[in-house]
Ligand binder design. Structure first.
Ligand code: UN1
Length: 503
């Protein structure tokens, strides 16, 4: 029997305006959850509820809030298998990856539980005698957090955990197609002792989310928006928050390049390209977009890469596979569209393309009614081709070649994203030149483009985001605002710049 779930605002079920069915993409006949979707007013009302709850939550001492984060981590850890199984069932992510995703929430809690006892401000010297200067981190207020469904529990925790720790309240709008996973995570968070209204979950479609967010920004109940998703929607969120003089933390798409130097260990590079190109069916924001391989090793690389892709296991995500189905129907439709981007001068080096079916099987696997698609490697992509320029968010990887490092960097930066990147080389000089020249927020050397660790700054530039960073201590600047304080105990009016002490 499928689950029935609805939004939860102020600790109570909220009314739904329509229903959405979240399906199992590995068996599309199976409904995982019937999800009640809220309208714009419910979203705006959730932000008002959050504002009221935040006033009390901010008064809870930060170390005590840190203890709540510690409890969240323990509860999530105790429910690891259950949550991972649900993630696999709902979005088709291979179970081993789903376990890793849950692990990442625990890592995030581990990092931030101690931050409750730090959340440092500073004491700063004054230019005048008998005067003390201080800085404090204040919570921003209410954060509206809108997340994608490819990492339905780990990536939301990157926002939720630090936002709550810093004394904010949150209205979280997860992707509908990952609603059951989000609901389960929400339950674990609130069971750890968060007061009602401090964390709210609202399931809503795109138009209602935008409508509700705009209303909340007009009413002044939201001070921060966190968004992980496409560059296109991120731009709209940025415009909306900008018009209201509020800021957004945007984690958007990527066209993540992998440069392979002539001195690279080729088999290692093939392994990295396979994992970041086709792991999670290419549906990570950090997935590999284009391999930029030196002309002297191009043919050898393409031959080995095509062979590795052909041998990789794609199938039931509860088994030991490289990738399961695509996340949801809408991504399957988009995959078909990306196939139309293949130009006559391109060469598909992996054989079959399209949906895996009885008539178009992959080895002995016919895909059943699952959203399984053939992985595709396209050789010969060039600047200007859509496949070279745009994120596909699917199992399609382009390959191109270069002759000089400058050329490799130009090719890598050209699409204008800037999230993740990677270089394979045995020469440290190449690695450092690449780091300096690449526009990406994240650089891997002899490692794939995906698989960030929870305590490093995560984020991108250009079309990949507005330069904001998540994870680790850097995210504190997203969820707190600095307050400066001066305290004069000289007993007279000392004027800055005018009463500077003489030597
Ligand atoms: C995403 O796809 O939105 O670096 C985030 C990685 C993951 C996070 C990806 N840990 O692949």
């Amino acid at each position: 029997m499928s689950r029935q779930i609805v939004s939860i605002v102020g600790g109570k079920d909220a009314t739904a305006a329509s229903t959405y069915e979240s399906i199992n993409p590995a068996r599309t006949g199976e409904v995982v959850a019937r999800v009640g979707l809220a309208d714009a007013e419910t979203f705006a009302a959730a932000c008002r509820t959050a504002r009221d709850a935040q006033r009390e939550w901010a008064k809870v001492p930060a170390p005590v809030r840190g203890r709540v984060i510690a409890s969240i981590g323990r509860l999530v850890e105790a429910n690891t298998e259950r949550l991972a199984r649900l993630v696999t069932e709902e979005i088709g992510k291979p179970y081993a990856e789903a376990l890793g995703e849950v692990r990442e929430i625990v890592d995030t809690c581990d990092f931030f539980l101690g931050e409750g006892r730090r959340l440092y401000g500073q004491t700063v010297p004054s230019e005048m005698p008998d005067k003390n200067l201080f800085t404090f981190r204040n919570p921003v207020g209410v954060a509206a957090v809108v997340t994608a469904g490819n990492f339905p529990v780990a990536v939301p925790s990157w926002y939720l955990v630090p936002a709550l720790l810093c004394g904010n309240a949150v209205v979280w709008k997860p992707a509908e197609y990952a609603a059951a996973s989000a609901h389960a995570l929400f339950r674990l968070f609130t069971a750890a002792g968060l007061p009602d209204g401090v964390l709210n979950v609202v399931f809503a479609g795109g138009a209602d989310t935008f409508g509700g967010l705009e209303r909340a920004l007009d009413e002044g109940t939201v001070q921060k928006v966190g968004f992980t998703g496409s560059s296109e929607v991120g731009r709209k969120i940025g415009e909306l928050t900008g018009r209201h003089l509020q800021s957004a933390c945007l984690e958007l798409g990527g066209k993540n390049p992998m440069v392979i130097m002539p001195d690279a260990e080729l088999d290692l590079a093939v392994e990295g390209a396979l994992f970041s190109g086709f792991g999670t069916a290419g549906q990570r924001c950090t997935s590999l977009g284009t391999v930029i391989v030196h002309e002297s090793v191009h043919d050898a690389f393409v031959e080995r890469f095509a062979r590795a892709v052909g041998a990789a296991r794609i199938g039931d995500p509860t088994e030991d596979v490289l990738a399961g189905p695509l996340l949801d129907r809408k991504f399957a439709d988009r995959y078909e569209e990306y196939l139309t981007w293949i130009e006559p001068h391109h060469k598909v080096v992996t054989g079959a393309t399209g949906r895996i079916t009885k008539d178009n099987p992959r080895g002995g696997f016919d895909g059943g009614d699952g959203l399984y698609y053939h992985p595709v490697v396209v050789d010969g992509v060039r600047p200007g081709d859509r496949l070279f320029m745009e994120e596909t968010f699917g199992p399609i990887v382009g390959v191109t070649s270069f002759s000089t490092m400058d050329e490799a960097l130009d090719l890598a930066n050209l699409p204008g994203y800037g999230l993740s990147s990677s270089i394979y080389t045995t020469n440290p000089q190449h690695a450092f030149r690449f780091r300096e020249g690449i526009s990406a927020g994240m650089v891997s050397v002899n490692n794939s483009t995906s698989g960030a660790e929870a305590h490093l700054p995560f984020g991108g530039n250009g079309k990949s985001g507005n330069g904001s960073r998540q994870s680790g201590m850097w995210v504190l600047d997203q969820f707190t605002r600095w307050q400066a304080m001066n305290w004069d105990h000289s007993g007279r009016l000392q004027k800055a710049q005018m009463d500077v002490a003489d030597i």
